[in-house]
Design a protein around this ligand. Structure first.
Ligand code: GFB
Length: 313
C-alpha cells in the first residue's frame, strides 16, 4: 500500500470506519474513498458491483456492519444475520472481481464459544456453542472469516481477517437501549449527574468480564496488519486485559463525576461470562494496543460532551 493507493473504507462514516480514515490520513494516505450510505448502499448487490467496477479500489477495509449491544443483538436477530451476511458477500465478492489487491475484514470476539477457554486464542473458533444473545451476529461474522479464507484458497485473493474485542471511542452510538455497555453507561451516568439522581442501575449482575479496546488502536492495527500481514489465519486484536462490568461502571462514574449509588439489575441478560482475547499472535506480528482504559474513557466522555447533539442519541 503506498501513499497514492486507492483505498475504500466500507463503513467509513461509522465509529470504526471513521477511525480507519483518521489513521490513514495521519499516515499520509490521501486517496481514500468513504462514500455515505446514501451514496452507496452496501446491502444492494448491483449497486456495490457497479461502484467497484467504476472505482476499482486497490485496498479495501471492510468496517461496515450492523452492530449493537447485547439488547439490540437479542432483539433484532434477523437484521444482525441478514444485514451482515449481505454486506460481507457483496463487498468481498466485488473486491475479488475487480482485482482489489488486499482486503481487511473485521469480525468480533463474539465468534468464540460462550464457554471458550480464557484467554481465547484463534484456535478456539467453532469448538463449542455460541452465546445465545449474539449468536446470529457471530454466525454472520464467522461466515465473513470463511468467505475471506475461501476466496484466498480458491482464487489467491489476499483477504485478511482481524477479530477485535469490544470497542469504544469517539463516534460511538450512545443510544440508551441499543448501544454497547460503555456508551450506554456514559450516557446514563451523565444524565444521572445532571438530574441529581441518587442511584444508577446497570444491567445484569455486574460480574461478567469484558475487554475494551479504543477504536483508534483498532484502526492502527488495521492499517499496520494490512501492510504487514498476509495469511488465511485471522488475528485477535485486543489489549489482553479485562475488567468486570461493575468495576467498569465505577470507573465510568469516576470519569463522569457521578457520586451516587450503583445498583445491578439481574433481570437483564449478562451475556457471555467472560471474553478475554489471547493477543499473543498480534504481539508476535509487531502490533500492540496503546490506550489505557481510563484515559480512553476520559477522551470518549469529552467527545460525548462535545458531540451530544450530533451523536446518534
Ligand atoms: O456491551 P454489551 O452490550 O456487549 O454488554 P456484549 C456487556 C455487558 O455489560 C453485559 C452489561 O453483561 C451487559 O449486561 N451492561 C450493564 C450493559 N449495563 C449495560 C448497559 O446499560 N448497556 C449495555 N449494552 N450493557 C456484544 C454483542 O455483547 O458484544 C455484540 O452483543 C458484539 O454482538 C459486542 O459482539 C462486541 O459484550 O455482551
Amino acid at each position: 500500500m503506498d501513499q497514492n493507493s486507492r483505498i475504500f473504507v466500507a463503513g467509513g462514516r461509522g465509529m470504526v470506519g471513521s477511525a480507519i480514515c483518521r489513521a490513514l490520513a495521519a499516515k499520509g494516505f490521501d486517496n481514500v474513498l468513504a462514500p455515505t450510505r446514501d451514496e452507496l448502499d452496501l446491502g444492494n448487490q448491483a449497486a456495490v458491483a457497479e461502484w467497484f467496477a467504476q472505482n476499482r479500489p486497490e485496498y479495501v477495509f471492510l468496517a461496515a456492519a450492523k452492530v449493537g449491544g447485547i439488547h439490540a443483538n437479542d432483539t433484532y436477530p434477523a437484521e444482525f444475520i441478514h444485514d451482515n451476511l449481505v454486506i460481507e458477500t457483496n463487498v468481498i465478492h466485488s473486491a475479488w472481481q475487480n482485482d482489489t489487491k488486499k482486503l481487511c475484514f473485521l469480525g468480533s470476539s463474539c465468534i468464540y464459544p460462550k464457554h471458550a477457554q480464557q484467554p481465547m486464542n484463534e484456535d478456539q473458533l467453532l469448538t463449542g456453542p455460541l452465546e445465545p444473545t449474539n449468536e446470529l451476529y457471530a454466525i454472520a461474522k464467522i461466515a465473513g472469516i470463511k468467505l475471506c479464507q475461501a476466496y484466498r484458497r480458491q482464487y489467491g485473493f489476499d483477504a485478511i481477517s482481524l477479530m477485535p474485542t469490544n470497542l469504544y471511542g469517539p463516534g460511538d452510538n450512545f443510544h440508551p437501549e441499543n448501544s454497547h455497555v460503555i456508551p450506554g453507561l456514559i450516557r446514563r451516568f451523565h444524565e444521572a449527574k445532571q438530574e441529581g439522581r441518587e442511584k444508577v442501575v446497570i444491567w445484569g449482575t455486574g460480574t461478567p468480564k469484558r475487554e475494551f479496546l479504543h477504536v483508534d488502536d483498532l484502526a492502527d492495527a488495521c492499517v499496520y496488519l494490512t501492510q504487514n500481514y498476509s495469511d488465511e489465519q485471522f488475528v485477535n486484536i485486543g489489549v489482553g486485559e479485562d475488567t468486570s462490568i461493575l468495576e467498569l461502571a465505577k470507573l465510568i462514574a469516576k470519569v463522569v463525576g457521578y457520586e451516587g449509588k450503583i445498583e445491578t439489575d439481574p433481570s437483564k441478560p449478562d451475556g457471555t461470562p467472560r471474553k478475554l482475547m489471547d493477543v499473543s499472535r498480534a504481539h508476535e506480528l509487531g502490533w500492540r494496543a496503546a490506550t489505557g482504559l481510563e484515559e480512553g474513557l476520559k477522551e470518549t466522555y469529552e467527545w460525548f460532551l462535545e458531540n451530544q447533539k450530533a451523536a446518534r442519541l
